[in-house]
Design a binder for this molecule. Structure first.
Ligand code: FES
Length: 129
């Protein structure tokens, strides 16, 4: 393996730093929580996670944090993702591939419109109007 130059190391540190900032919860109100249990990973949760991070980055969204969690108990609809946006009910989406992850960011996060055909559950949706 070739050695990295100091400049390459600085670029790598810079890119990793911005990646870490996107995962920093502090002060961020919008949360995307990706189920990374065994069945989620087997169904492609990592590709969904990468798509969330890429779409957030390409749209310069700074108030969104992407987190990982374990099994959500929804094997049949993996990959599953919970989305929390202030003023909207929390939503659990299912069958979230890379394209759906992009759609969730562009519709739900940016335009406050749910991606109806992928909603699995709306915990407390009945008490938040
Ligand atoms: S491992 Fe599939 S729902 Fe938990």
């Amino acid at each position: 393996m070739a050695k990295m130059t100091l400049e390459e190391l600085r670029k790598l540190r810079s890119s990793q730093k911005s990646e870490m900032e996107r995962r920093d919860v502090e002060g961020k109100e919008i949360h995307i929580i990706v189920g990374m249990g065994t069945c989620g990973i087997a169904a492609g949760a990592k590709m969904a996670l990468d798509s969330f991070l890429d779409t957030i980055k390409s749209n310069n969204l700074t108030d969104v944090v992407v987190k990982q969690t374990g099994c959500m108990g929804l094997c049949y609809s993996e990959p599953t993702v919970e989305v929390k946006v202030p003023g909207m009910p929390d939503i659990i989406y299912g069958n979230v591939d890379a394209a759906v992850a992009k759609e969730i960011v562009e519709k739900h996060i940016m335009h406050k419109k749910m991606v109806e055909n992928h909603i699995q559950d709306k915990p407390a949706g009945d008490i938040i109007k």
